[in-house]
Design a protein around this ligand. Structure first.
Ligand SMILES: [Zn+2]
Length: 459
């Protein structure tokens, strides 16, 4: 496999031979005007929120494998054609098919306090009638492993909070989320009979947050559920007073994989149409809410971005390829299928941008490139400061799960950053709804993405 550095050097060399003789791309007055034009048009037309509302109406529930996801694909194809994109198509992806069932939990005893829980995606069910056991609370995998035999037959309760003090909520999420993704494995290793995981949010509220979780082949699979933070606090309070027993019942099931699709369309480049800037988000969403922020907002961003470019008469030199990825939430099969299907042309992918952080006010971009390579691009992003989106952070990894396969293949990758202070209040819950998305913030995100895609495609 070619190294990222090799591709980068080649890409930059190609750009520079065709364009300016200088090493850095200067921010020109024209680029400042482009930011103004795109953002003004985005706010005036106010189409991003309309696009998001259409998606939610057409496919409110669109978890991979579900009929709702198929509806979302049909909507995406029709919407791309309506916007005037070319080469609109669905590319097949085999996706997992996991279904939620009835789910209940309660503290066992005289008062039988109910606990608000939801199965984590991919969990095995409990036996009919549920499981009942004493709860042991831990804050780390090390603490659980140290308990050893004391954990056998118990319900492992992972209660490490998402750290409040980190200003970047995505980083805070990263600190706590291993409990959710791997808690069932660690619980299985010590002979616990289920995993109960504190919801990954700093909010103290009544909404359990679902999300992906994994099993390991050689470890007994135990059911795994998220518990609302307010109930996690109550459970922890009672555990300080003495032993607590909980009954948990999950009726979820895993069906055979089925074929669904990524949705792809293009705004063809004016000079080198066989070179690509990919912009993408994920079309699937968890099933509790309607995925308005995660990632309906990203879908609205990318579709509105290419509409805006056309409406403003901006025709980039390279092709901007819009990809609505399948199965980000519980498998990443869409990302894998895209990279496999397009392996032969990845060397002609000059950049990929993902938007999967919610529909909040844009603040800028992360960039997988480092050092000189990133610094050469910085001036192109600087004009976004005019609308508060001028942050540019090099060396920040893939920029999003859907483009992580492109990052691995050496494609320079960018993640659109938004103000994430409220994102994890809604993330993967029943309250991730349209009403939680501000139309002006969403529109500015679309304008920001349109600008970034266009300057990368023009370079
Ligand atoms: Zn997402």
């Amino acid at each position: 496999m070619r190294s990222p550095t090799w591709l980068l050097v080649a890409a930059l060399a190609a750009c520079q031979s065709a364009k300016a003789p200088t090493d850095t791309a200067p921010a020109t007055p024209e680029l400042g005007a482009r930011v103004q034009q795109l953002s003004t048009r985005a706010l005036e037309d106010n189409q991003a929120i309309a696009t998001l509302a259409e998606l939610i109406e057409a496919a409110p529930k669109r978890l991979s494998g579900s009929p709702g996801y198929t509806d979302a694909v049909q909507w995406g194809l029709a919407k791309m054609r309506a916007i005037g994109l070319q080469n609109v198509r669905a590319e097949p992806v085999m996706v997992p098919h996991w279904q939620r069932g009835a789910e209940t939990a309660a503290i066992v005893g005289a008062d039988g306090v109910p606990l608000r829980v939801t199965a984590l995606g991919g969990s095995v069910p409990t036996p009919p009638g549920g499981v009942e056991a004493e709860v042991i609370e831990v804050r780390s995998f090390e603490q659980l492993a140290a308990l050893g035999e004391a954990a056998r037959g118990k319900i492992a309760f992972f209660n490490r909070p998402m750290p409040r003090a980190l200003r970047r909520t995505g980083s805070a999420y990263g600190e706590a989320v291993p409990q959710r993704s791997n808690g069932a494995i660690e619980a299985g290793k010590v002979g616990a009979i289920a995993a109960l995981v504190r919801s990954v949010t700093t909010a103290i509220d009544e909404h359990p947050h679902t999300g992906a979780m994994h099993y390991q082949e050689d470890v007994t699979k135990v059911p795994s559920a998220a518990i609302a933070t307010i109930d996690a606090e109550e459970l922890a309070r009672r555990l300080k007073l003495g032993p607590v027993r909980v009954r948990l019942e999950l009726g979820c099931q895993t069906l055979p994989d089925i074929e669904q699709a990524n949705v792809i369309g293009e705004l063809r480049g004016s000079e080198t149409p066989d070179e690509y800037v990919v912009i993408g988000g994920h079309l699937d969403a968890w099933d509790l809410g309607v995925g308005a922020h995660d990632d309906g907002a990203g879908i609205a961003h990318v579709l509105e971005a290419v509409r805006l470019l056309q409406a403003c008469g901006v025709r980039p030199k390279r092709t901007i390829r819009v990809v609505l990825f399948a199965n980000e939430e519980n498998g990443l099969r869409g990302a894998e299928a895209y990279a496999a299907a397009h392996a032969g042309e990845l060397a002609r992918h000059v950049a990929a941008i993902e938007t999967d952080s919610g529909g909040f006010s844009p603040i800028g971009f992360s960039c997988s490139l480092r050092d000189e390579a990133a610094e050469q691009l910085r001036p192109l992003f600087a004009p976004l400061a005019e609308i508060g989106a001028g942050v540019f952070v090099p060396g920040a990894g893939a920029g999003g799960a859907d483009i992580s396969t492109l990052h691995k293949a050496g494609v320079p990758c960018f993640g659109m950053w938004v103000d994430g202070q409220r994102y994890f209040d809604y993330h993967h819950t029943e309250v991730d709804t349209l009403a939680m998305v501000n139309e002006r913030e969403l529109a500015l995100g679309a304008a920001t993405l349109a600008y970034a895609a266009s300057v990368l495609a023009d370079r």
